[in-house]
Design a protein around this ligand. Structure first.
Ligand SMILES: C[S@@+](CC[C@H](N)C(=O)[O-])C[C@H]1O[C@@H](n2cnc3c(N)ncnc32)[C@H](O)[C@@H]1O
Length: 322
């Protein structure tokens, strides 16, 4: 059975301005027996995966590519079986000893939209809120960030990253099972904070934006990505029930409304980096995420409209500073 340090890496390196013991205690609670019905199975899988000796991640423009003799020593069918047992893989792609993990999202497309339009990540300390399985955290480390703390309450994604960390030997990247408001210690220390795909899931977007601001040092940069509705006026769509089949989407502002929310939360230099409608090329079902996806959330004869009759998912990426 894995302990907190085996799952999350060297906690001394996390550096949240809280004691290592306090953080270890909090994390241990998250993975206590009974915390999740499948946690023991996932931990057993991670246990069986071969550990890298040294760094085994290769930079690649699309996939996170992990390979090495430790992985070659395992039968490819067995490696694939273990990785599939950690499905669904929502973010990717990854390539592990030649096995392509074709995730639901082609996350490289989003990375390409923002990575050269924000402050250089070289040497920066980064918080990635709602980091999923750490796909972007790995890209940030490859782009020169010195330390990345990713937080995400979904234990499966935390376990996927623990598996990737073990096989890749990647250092100074941590994915911890925490929500933003649970971040312990003095977190106003990050050079860059990312919140991508998280804001629309928060009932109170203003609290989330203020909490994001409180994670940044003076002059730090927020990179925010969220669902919006097209429009040049101040408007906010609040879906009554589901939106694109999702149960917990609370608000879709226009870009002017979103900019005003950011201003109210204390951000300045607000720059819209990208606005893109999500297509089924970017988000789709695969062998690694076999459930329904965007295609089933749109009208069959009208990709601009969701099955609830609302505008199809469009996302904005905004950068701003404290
Ligand atoms: C739509 S996914 C986005 C993942 C990734 N950031 C991306 O852009 O592809 C949203 C993620 O945010 C996580 N999440 C939701 N509420 C959160 C919170 N309050 N703090 C941290 N993560 C949260 C969910 O578990 C989920 O993995």
């Amino acid at each position: 059975m894995l302990n907190a340090e085996a799952l999350f890496g060297d906690l001394e390196d996390v550096g949240l301005g809280t004691s290592q013991q306090a953080l270890a205690t909090l994390l241990q609670q998250r993975i206590a027996p009974g915390a999740h019905g499948h946690l023991e199975d996932w931990e057993n899988i991670i246990d069986r995966l071969p550990a890298a000796e040294g760094l085994c991640v290769n930079t690649h423009p699309v996939a996170i590519d992990i390979s090495g003799p430790h992985l070659a020593a395992m039968e490819p069918d067995e490696l694939r079986r273990l990785l599939l047992a950690l499905a669904p893989w929502r973010k990717g792609p990854f390539r592990i000893q030649g096995i392509g993990i074709d995730a639901e999202w082609r996350s490289n497309l989003k990375w390409d939209r923002f990575h050269d339009k924000i402050a250089s990540l070289e040497g920066r300390t980064i918080l990635d809120v709602g980091c999923g399985n750490g796909y972007y955290a790995c890209r940030m480390r490859a782009a020169g960030a010195s330390r990345i703390v990713g937080i995400d309450p979904t234990l499966l994604f935390v376990c996927q990253f623990a598996a990737l960390r073990k096989m890749s030997g990647i250092s100074s990247v941590h994915v911890l099972p925490l929500r933003l408001h649970e971040l312990p210690g003095n977190s106003a220390m990050f050079d860059s904070t990312f919140s991508m795909g998280v804001l629309y899931h928060q009932r109170n977007p203003h609290d989330h934006l203020r909490q994001l601001r409180d994670t940044l040092r003076d002059g730090g940069e927020l990179i925010l990505e969220t669902l919006i509705v097209p429009g040049s006026h101040h408007e906010v769509l609040q879906p009554e029930n589901r939106y694109a089949r999702m149960r917990n989407v609370w608000h879709l502002p226009t870009v002017p409304s979103l900019s005003e929310w950011l201003q109210d939360a204390g951000f300045q230099d607000i720059r819209v980096i990208d606005v893109t409608r999500t297509t089924t090329d970017e988000q789709h079902s695969t062998d690694w995420m076999p459930f329904e996806s965007l295609a089933e959330a749109l009208l069959p004869d009208d990709p601009m409209t969701t099955i609830e009759g609302l505008p199809a998912p469009t996302r904005a990426i905004i950068a701003c500073t404290t």
